[in-house]
Design a binder for this molecule. Structure first.
Ligand code: DAH
Length: 355
């Protein structure tokens, strides 16, 4: 009679050696296939003496059951290890904090500067710049604002030395002086930039931004100023119609001077620019004072023109519904994420300023 014990241990070793599913399938046929080890053992029953048959068959049957069980167990082990491998590879720790992507954003002030630059460049204005640290002459005297002039007090100036000749510019108007001193008329420029005053609350920040405009030529009059500002306000607020009011005012460097208000109303809790019966001041302007032209060696009998100064931060707040100016300069990344603009979407007149 076959040595079933030895055969059993051979079979078990074989099964143990199966390292993957295909090896396992091969071994399974080697055991239970048509010519498999156990199949062959069953065939031998008929060769045995009657007396031996019963015991042999019963031992063979239990061997078959044992091997079948082991094979089955092995199969579940394979499946399990495959699942484990997958779980390990695709493991996600849901308790970890989320990884956030921050794309850079354009600050609303930069956005508005880009927008106004685009608007004014369409009608022939070039962009000029001047330094933040100015001297007293460019910031005040050349602009027809002599010492002891009350306008100087109103500017809450940051002086940088005791003799008070160096200061942080209180407005962008000194760029008018610098531009006219270095060139010859005609002049048609805008100058966006930082300005400084000793003032801080919800609508004032010690550093803020202005946009200066200057247009000097032989036949420039107040009608041109009006037309230019109408065009600007309509383009900037992206509205068809706009109500504008010119209110007499005073600036030392313009004569006559005006402050410009735009009409607005509150609709569904939101500000609507251009219509309605409320007025909002947005800029100062006027015809450049002959004394200013004289100071920069431009003949006021031959040349004249207009100038204007707009608060850029204020424009940004109005257009984009931001109500606290101080947040502009807090560098809070969450604020910028919310109010900022796509860096790849540069404002142009033909594609739309803000989308
Ligand atoms: N510089 C003025 C200010 O800061 C604003 C201003 C008013 C500018 C009238 C101008 C102007 O050019 O013509 O308050």
């Amino acid at each position: 009679m076959e040595n079933l014990n030895q055969i059993e241990s051979e079979i078990l070793n074989k099964i143990k050696s199966a390292k993957d599913r295909s090896a396992y399938d091969l071994i399974k046929t080697q055991i239970f296939g048509k010519k498999g080890i156990i199949t062959e053992l069953f065939k031998k029953i008929s060769d045995l003496e009657q007396s031996e048959r019963k015991e042999y068959a019963s031992r063979l049957n239990s061997l078959k059951t044992k091997v079948t069980d082991i094979l089955e167990k092995k199969l579940t082990d394979f499946d399990q290890s495959e699942i484990n491998k997958k779980l390990k590879n695709e493991k996600i720790d849901v308790t970890l904090p989320g990884r956030t992507y921050f794309t850079g954003k354009i600050h609303p002030v930069s956005q508005v500067i880009d927008e106004v630059t685009s608007i004014f460049s369409e009608i022939g204005f070039a962009v000029e710049e001047g330094p933040d640290v100015e001297n007293e002459y460019y910031n005040f005297s050349a602009l027809n604002t002599p010492e002891n002039h009350p306008a100087r007090d109103m500017h809450d100036t940051f002086y940088l030395n005791h003799s008070r000749d160096l200061l942080l510019r209180t407005h962008t108007s000194p760029v008018q002086i610098r531009t006219m001193l270095k060139g010859k008329p005609p002049f048609k420029i805008i100058a966006p930039g930082r300005t400084y005053r000793h003032d801080s609350d919800q609508t004032h920040s010690p550093m803020f931004h202005q946009l200066e405009g200057l247009h000097i030529d032989q036949n420039v009059n107040m009608g041109h100023l009006k037309g230019c500002l109408y065009y600007f306000v309509k383009k900037f607020f992206e509205v068809e119609k706009v109500k504008i009011r010119f209110r007499p005012s005073h600036f030392p460097f313009t004569e006559p001077s005006a402050e410009v208000d735009i009409g607005y109303k509150i609709q569904d809790g939101k500000i609507k620019i251009g219509e309605g019966d409320k007025w909002l001041e947005i800029l100062g302007c006027g015809m450049v004072h002959p004394n200013v032209l004289k100071n920069v060696k431009v003949n006021p009998k031959k040349y004249q023109g207009y100038a204007f100064g707009v608060g850029i931060d204020r424009l940004a707040m109005l257009k984009y519904g931001i109500n606290d100016l101080r947040a502009f300069f807090e560098s809070d990344i969450r604020w910028l994420e919310f109010y900022g603009f796509d860096p790849l979407d540069v404002p142009t007149n033909y594609r739309g300023l803000s989308r």
